[in-house]
Design a protein around this ligand. Structure first.
Ligand SMILES: C[S@@+](CC[C@H](N)C(=O)[O-])C[C@H]1O[C@@H](n2cnc3c(N)ncnc32)[C@H](O)[C@@H]1O
Length: 232
């Protein structure tokens, strides 16, 4: 799975060290949003797409989720996630691509994803897969960044956007267009329950050549699978 956006061992370690302790306020804010917009995780079967070190699923277990699956394209991230839980814990972590989820249809009550869509070229495939694996009435709650560019710079969409983890370690994201992401959601007919820009916007690092032409925004999106949603 040779993907230039994969978190290598060093990058995964730096990322986990820098941001993802369980009491990180942005982490708790996301978890609060999950409960607020999709209901309690109690007794739910939950999937975390791009699960990184697995902290979100650990948090779901604290709230008595029934079972959790985490998938991440980075083996280093999955190794960290597996190290953080014993084999008796009802969590399973798998190396894999969000575009091809290795789970049966209608397997999950909730699908969550935190800061992953800006790493993925083909977000349409991911929303089709989310739609497939959700139960009818199930929820997707996700947070991700999109980029607004000034007029005349639309060619930047889906090109590389370098960001610094912890202010020092460079990682490559993509310049994602909000309308493109909303279009991919509309294609699978998942119902948009909530769509919010979380402030403040991110400060784009000086290493990005087009810093002056781009604004990086944080999106919180909640989707619901209705019975009439299109299943591929
Ligand atoms: C910014 S990190 C977020 C990690 C975790 N969700 C969190 O909030 O701590 C992005 C994660 O997405 C994963 N990722 C990138 N592309 C992916 C893909 N196509 N399928 C699955 N995971 C992917 C990366 O390996 C990385 O762990």
């Amino acid at each position: 799975m040779d993907n230039q956006y994969v978190y290598t061992k060093d990058l995964a370690a730096a990322y986990i060290k820098s941001q993802y302790v369980i009491n990180d306020p942005s982490f708790e804010m996301f978890f609060d949003s999950v409960k607020r917009f999709s209901g309690d995780v109690h007794d739910s079967v939950v999937l975390d797409i791009g699960c990184g070190g697995g902290q979100l699923l650990q948090r779901c277990l604290v709230e008595n989720a029934k079972f959790g699956c985490g998938i991440d394209i980075s083996k280093s991230m999955i190794d960290i996630a597996k190290t953080g839980c014993s084999s008796s814990t009802p969590l399973r972590f798998t190396v894999g691509d969000a575009c091809f989820l290795p789970y049966p249809s209608k397997a999950f009550d909730k699908v969550l994803s935190r800061y992953v869509f800006q790493c993925i070229i083909d977000c349409g495939s991911v929303f089709r897969e989310i739609n497939r694996v959700l139960v009818d009435g199930g929820y997707f709650v996700g947070i991700f960044t999109t980029t607004e560019v000034v007029e005349g710079y639309e060619h930047l969409f889906d090109t590389e956007l370098p960001v610094l983890v912890n202010g020092t370690v460079p990682v490559t994201n993509l310049v994602k267009s909000k309308p493109a992401i909303m279009g991919a959601i509309a294609d699978v007919a998942l119902e948009v329950v909530h769509d919010e820009y979380i402030t403040p916007d991110s400060v784009i690092s000086d290493i990005y050549e087009y810093k002056a032409q781009a604004t990086l925004r944080h999106n919180l999106i909640v989707l619901r699978k209705t019975k009439c949603a299109i299943v591929a």
